[in-house]
Ligand binder design. Structure first.
Ligand SMILES: Nc1ncnc2c1ncn2[C@@H]1O[C@H](COP(=O)(O)OP(=O)(O)O)[C@@H](O)[C@H]1O
Ligand SMILES: O=C(O)C1=C[C@@H](OP(=O)(O)O)[C@@H](O)[C@H](O)C1
Ligand SMILES: [Mg+2]
Length: 176
């Protein structure tokens, strides 16, 4: 059953996804890593060279591929903002989980990281508004939401694991 992690940048999708896959001994893909591998450059370099539109197109192409090939998929914060991606995520048969954190916690997590071109470019207010706007999309696209504030990534991965097994049990009961 594939698990897709969505949510705003800095909520821990990449970190938790990796831990979850290790703990379940399942295959893992971080969509941003796949993009960097395919493009042969970092994400900030790709934004600088080709622009945001080209980035979204490459992301869309690789999402379709990755969703069929991996058990655990960590998306980028902007992935579910594209309608075609929402459709691909909703058509997937597993669980889609939104990770969340308060905006100030996000700022402190990613503040020093030069790897997020969107964070670097936006004013404080625009960044807050972007999160509010995107949260609506994450809520619509996810089956459940997990607050990651003041929690260790391993604890969050363990909670997701428990939820997966709970979900499998419910599906098994429903088919009896
Ligand atoms: N639960 C957490 N508590 C504190 N810091 C975290 C947590 N999860 C991730 N981080 C840190 O926050 C930063 C962003 O995490 P990352 O997994 O890259 O998020 P995302 O993929 O959602 O952008 C990293 O420095 C990571 O170590
Ligand atoms: O929010 C966004 O639009 C983006 C989030 C990033 O991923 P993370 O959410 O893993 O930081 C990465 O895909 C790119 O910088 C664009
Ligand atoms: Mg990430």
């Amino acid at each position: 059953m594939p698990v897709i992690l969505i949510g705003f940048m800095g909520t821990g999708k990449s970190t938790v996804g990796r831990l979850l896959a290790e703990s379940l001994n399942q295959s893992f893909c971080d969509l941003d890593d796949l993009i960097e591998k395919e493009a042969g450059m970092t994400i900030p370099a790709y934004f600088d060279t080709y622009g945001a539109k080209a980035f979204r197109q490459l992301e869309q192409d690789l999402l379709k591929k990755a969703i069929n090939e991996y058990d655990i998929l960590s998306t980028g914060g902007g992935t579910p903002t594209i309608l075609a991606n929402q459709e691909v995520i909703q058509a997937a048969t597993g669980l889609t989980i939104k990770l969340d954190a308060p905006i100030d916690e996000i700022r402190s997590r990613i503040g020093d990281d030069a790897n997020r071109p969107i964070f670097k470019k936006l004013s404080r207010q625009a960044f807050d508004e972007l999160k509010q706007q995107r949260d609506t999309m994450y809520n619509q696209a996810s089956d459940m939401s997990i607050d990651t504030n003041q929690r260790h990534p391993q604890e969050i991965a363990d909670e997701i694991k428990a939820r997966i097994f709970q979900n499998i049990d419910e599906l098994n009961y429903a088919s009896l």
